[in-house]
Design a protein around this ligand. Structure first.
Ligand code: HEC
Ligand code: HEC
Length: 678
């Protein structure tokens, strides 16, 4: 293996000081230990007898059953009876179901699967391995757990911000509970008394729900990690994003929440408040695990990576890695195995000290490997772990040995989860490049550090505003693909995703170059994936069979009159109009945001260097206030808004735009209702 350029230490830092001191325990006594094995929503799960492993195949609309003894695929169950196909007209590959999580309810002999894109839950017969029924839940279900007594299933809907409670006797939704925005993962206390839900984007947190009363008991915010006061930007810091999972530790109930820290203020250190300064790949994003007391409560500690030699830090986490995705404990609670989606490896921790004890890298054997890791589970004997590779559509089987000399986790086998892969090869390759930071396999970054998906979580936005050389930049969402939305970047300085070789070099520290004939096909595959295979999220406000409501229809009339000139056509943008080949020497339609009254552009200091992030000939020049009209598709799901993220909600956007400022409050509200349907 290549020697790493820098080494990072792992340590546990108390955040109590940062949070203003200890906060009162949650009403259940907070720290009361949770005896037994918790239930966690995952992409894969073992049957109670450990004989079967069930895995979702998000890109194939299927669920696979693996026989754990023979390590072979028993059956692939198609959730709708058919495999997804590429749309020959749009060239898009959008699996209509996209199963993301499953829960095995051994008591009633059923398996519950969430269809992220269909907003349905599929109920499978555990023995017959057939789909019994399906029912609707809130938009974009991402997590599902079954209560230990088997009577209740809980489903988390990301876009609808809802938790649904399902009676497993009738498979009916019996109650719904609103939670704060953008929930994602879920788990249950071993005794079933509390349901934990993570919040993934804005307002990062863990919500604790009392299952008996089905009410929110507490919301534990996951605080920003403060920057190093001495100005060392390589020390982990930043905003919490991407909390995919919340996993209680067996017997203690302590909650482990793996997530990212996005150091968006990297260039605004106290000593250097005025960007630009050089963007470095290893001061932007950091992996971490927040640890909360049993029952919720305030974050007590965070498992942090630290540069070797940083003052005041000890520990033995010496490997850099990225994309913390899911964590699974051995049943004795001694070891924690962290699946890292982007660096494509598994890190093993002593769960008591929080210290790294082993890194399983590479996750490969012979020619087999696992990529885009989305889940990990450990069996009841604590001797085997299974890791799902979404992109490689397989499961890696790891053996776990614990001895006085320490643990020894080894890659034993790989089991393919598909009979046949319906996703076209170029899109699979592009998906890997988009989600990977495996710098041992290709020069997408250095040191396993950062992937496109570090900022474009799920291909979307991270809901933060980065301070780049070209000025403040809220990360745009790539849902539905930017292919028909004209020029790329807020100031229209790129015309194809192939040009993101510059992003790979500048932001990710990688070495892709589109003029290299060997690398161009890979960049083309990346471009195809971004353009044709990042789905539009299911919209909870989408018009039903009755069409737009009266308010929405009125909003549309206002929109067509006041906004449609720029947000024109089916993609709601005039970008690239009159210039179908997006030739930089032709017309590039931009709008002066200061003259349209936004006043959000940076006009002080040096003119932003827009040529820094690409290499067009002739070099691009843009006036600091000239912006490309963004598409409005899926706009409900990507706050904050404007290039500088200065509008938190669509209501704020409408209140600020000169075209709508003078509308009555009710007209503005109708306009917002319409925008939310797009
Ligand atoms: C450090 C965070 C970060 C990383 C890593 C990153 N992006 Fe972005 N991305 C952004 C931001 C911020 C912008 C807006 C930049 C601007 O407009 O000047 C952006 C813009 C884009 C756009 C333009 C969208 C539009 O509608 O104009 C695309 C496409 C895109 N990124 C794809 C990628 C790909 C592909 C990768 C990996 C090679 C990647 N990004 C890596 C943050 C990131
Ligand atoms: C003169 C052209 C023009 C008109 C008219 C216009 N917009 Fe825009 N719109 C833009 C531009 C340019 C931006 C990008 C501004 C920025 O990023 O700072 C934008 C940004 C937005 C955004 C934020 C998108 C995002 O992803 O951040 C929304 C929402 C929006 N406009 C809605 C509207 C509505 C609603 C109207 C009518 C009331 C309207 N716009 C009228 C050009 C226009």
């Amino acid at each position: 293996m290549k020697r790493r350029l820098s080494r990072r230490l792992f340590t546990t830092v108390s955040l109590l000081a940062a949070c203003g001191g200890p906060v009162a325990q949650s009403p259940d006594g907070g720290g009361s230990p949770d005896k037994g094995q918790p239930v966690v929503s995952r992409a894969l799960a073992l049957s109670a007898d450990g004989k079967e492993l069930w895995v979702v195949n998000p890109d194939s609309d299927s669920v696979s059953v693996i026989d754990t003894a023979s390590r072979s695929l028993v059956q692939e169950i198609l959730l709708t009876g058919t495999r997804p196909t590429l749309d020959p007209t749009t060239m898009r590959y959008d699996p209509p179901v996209m199963p993301r999580a499953l829960a095995i309810d051994d008591v009633v002999g059923k398996v519950y699967v969430t269809g992220e894109m269909s907003s349905q839950v599929y109920v499978l017969d555990e023995t017959a391995k057939t789909v019994k029924t399906s029912f609707a839940v809130g938009a974009e279900p991402t997590a599902v757990v079954a209560s230990p007594d088997g009577r209740t299933v809980y489903v988390v809907s990301h876009q609808a911000a809802l938790v649904s409670k399902i009676d497993t006797a009738t498979d009916q939704v019996v109650a719904m509970l609103s939670v704060q925005q953008f929930p994602w993962g879920a788990s249950l206390r071993a005794d079933g008394s509390a349901l934990y839900v993570t919040h993934f984007l804005t307002q990062p947190a863990v919500t604790t729900i009392d299952t008996a009363s089905f009410t929110v008991r507490s919301v534990s915010a996951l605080a920003d990690q403060p920057a190093d006061p001495a100005g060392n930007t390589k020390i982990p810091n930043g905003k919490v994003r991407g909390a995919y999972a919340v996993v209680p530790r067996p017997d203690t109930g302590e909650l482990w929440v793996p997530h990212l820290l996005l150091a968006v203020g990297t260039f605004q250190t106290p000593a250097d408040p005025a960007p630009p300064s050089a963007l470095q790949f290893d001061n932007t994003v950091f992996p971490t695990i927040s640890r909360l007391p049993a029952g919720g409560g305030t974050t007590t500690s965070r498992v942090l990576f630290q540069p070797l030699g940083a003052v005041g830090f000890t520990g033995n986490f010496t490997d850099s890695c990225s994309g913390p995705r899911d964590v699974a404990f051995t049943p004795d609670g001694k070891l924690a195995l962290l699946a890292l989606g982007q660096s494509e490896d598994v890190m093993v921790f002593d769960a008591t000290t929080g210290d790294e004890v082993q890194l399983v890298r590479p996750l490969s054997k012979g020619t087999n490997f696992a990529s885009m890791l989305e889940g990990i589970v450990v069996d009841a004997t604590g001797t085997t772990a299974y890791v799902s590779g979404r992109n490689s559509h397989n499961v890696a089987v790891l053996t776990i040995a614990q001895s006085a000399g320490g643990p020894n986790v080894q890659v034993a086998d790989f089991v393919d989860t598909l009979m046949t892969d319906p996703m076209p090869t170029n899109l699979r390759q592009g998906q890997r490049l988009f989600y990977s930071a495996n710098s041992a396999d290709f020069p997408i970054t250095q040191n396993f550090w950062v992937a496109c998906s570090s900022c474009h979580l799920e291909g979307r936005s991270d809901a933060v505003t980065w301070i780049f050389e070209q000025g403040p930049r809220d990360t745009p969402s790539n849902v539905g693909g930017p292919i028909n939305t004209g020029f790329l970047f807020r100031q229209a300085t790129r015309n194809t995703v192939v040009q993101y070789d510059a992003t790979i070099r500048k932001e990710q520290g990688g070495a892709f170059d589109r003029t290299d004939v060997a690398q161009l096909p890979q960049l083309q595959a990346l471009s195809d994936y971004v353009n044709y295979a990042i789905p539009l999220p299911p919209n909870p406000n989408a018009p039903g069979s009755g069409g737009l409501t009266t308010a929405e229809a009125h909003g549309k009339t206002l929109f067509d009159a006041s906004c449609g000139s720029c947000h024109a056509g089916p993609f709601f943008t005039d970008s690239g109009s009159g210039n179908p080949t997006l030739d930089f020497n032709g017309t590039v339609v931009l709008h002066d945001t200061s003259s349209i009254g936004l006043g959000t552009c940076v006009t002080t200091g040096p003119t932003p260097d827009v040529s820094a992030m690409d290499d067009n000939t002739p070099p691009d020049t843009r006036m600091p206030c000239d912006f490309d009209t963004p598409t409005l598709r899926g706009i409900f799901a990507s706050p904050p808004y404007f290039h500088d993220g200065s509008a938190a909600t669509l209501g704020d956007v409408v209140a600020r735009l000169p075209q709508s400022k003078n509308l009555s409050a009710s007209d503005q509200s109708d306009l917002v209702s319409y925008l939310q349907t797009l």
